[in-house]
Design a protein around this ligand. Structure first.
Ligand SMILES: N[C@@H](CCC[C@H](N)C(=O)O)C(=O)O
Length: 270
């Protein structure tokens, strides 16, 4: 049995996207637990390779609903770059109009697909906590759909994202759900961001909700104005728009449709 999929990436955060409105994914994985199947498909070298897997499903209140999985098979409430990629996919496949709404575990996300970028409106950020000390590291917390800890650094290149990010991600303070961890070098008009992602358990090339968290905290701490340009690990750009009360928060950037393909069931073998 084969299953059609597409691979898209947004600023280097890459995703396998499957139109699952006919429940084809469940038939494809048969009795294998979904977590295991996602791990196999997202595995680099032996699978397609991706930071996450997205299933598009029917919704009664929006254009569609998604199920989002990290590469380790865990579910996440939201993903900013995944949201931009899924909106592009849904529009180009005729699943949703150019301006759409879709359901996530974080709430309804609005998206607009333009010629070279996709802009998404996030749900209202919450749980802002400034000036925390976690594992000896000073930083700030905010939930932009998923949890993020933000640490300001002098030189972004010098940070051991994997080691320090991991220590904070698994800190007692954030259990049981954990947190993503962002390191930010703020300049006059832009910020450089590197992120340790929960569920990938490594540094990724970019994180959308992490970029938003970093921009919002930069706005609070350094009084930076909207929009803030975010430079990702692989030197791509995202733009974050926000208002003072964080009611209207947007993330904008380019996406790439990498390829379409068919998954063969052999990818699920032990
Ligand atoms: N890469 C994403 C965030 C995906 C979810 C995250 N790993 C989590 O488990 O919280 C983004 O672009 O926002």
């Amino acid at each position: 049995m084969e299953l059609r999929f597409s691979k898209l990436q947004g600023t280097g955060n890459d995703f396998v996207i499957i139109d699952n409105r006919n429940k084809g994914f469940e038939k494809f994985i048969d009795n294998l637990p979904i977590k295991k199947a996602v791990q196999k498909i997202c595995q680099r070298k032996t699978g397609v390779g991706a930071d996450g897997l997205i299933l598009i499903e029917n919704s009664e209140i929006a254009d569609f609903k998604w199920q989002f999985f990290n590469s380790d098979g865990s579910t996440a409430e939201m993903c900013g770059n995944g949201a931009r990629c899924v909106a592009r996919f849904a529009f180009q496949k005729g699943i949703a109009p150019q301006k759409m709404k879709f359901e996530t575990l974080a709430g309804i996300i609005e998206a607009e697909v333009n010629v070279s970028t996709v802009k998404v409106k996030l749900t209202k950020p919450h749980d802002l906590k400034l000036n925390l000390n976690v594992e000896g590291v000073s930083g700030h917390f905010i939930n932009t759909g998923v949890p993020h800890f933000v640490v300001f650094v002098d030189r972004i290149e010098d940070v051991n994202v994997r080691e320090v990010g991991r220590k904070i991600r698994f800190s007692e303070l954030f259990q049981p759900s954990g947190t993503n961890v962002n390191f930010v070098e703020a300049q006059l008009d832009k910020i450089f961001v590197r992120t340790y992602e929960r569920g990938v358990e490594d540094e990724t090339l970019a994180c959308g909700t992490g970029s938003v968290a970093s921009a919002l905290i930069s706005g609070k701490v350094f009084k930076m104005n909207s929009p803030i340009e975010v430079v990702t690990k692989n030197r791509e750009r995202l733009k974050v728009y926000f208002d003072k009360n964080m009611n209207d928060v947007f993330l904008e950037g380019a996406t790439t449709w990498v390829y379409d393909g068919f998954l063969n069931r052999e990818v699920l073998n032990e």
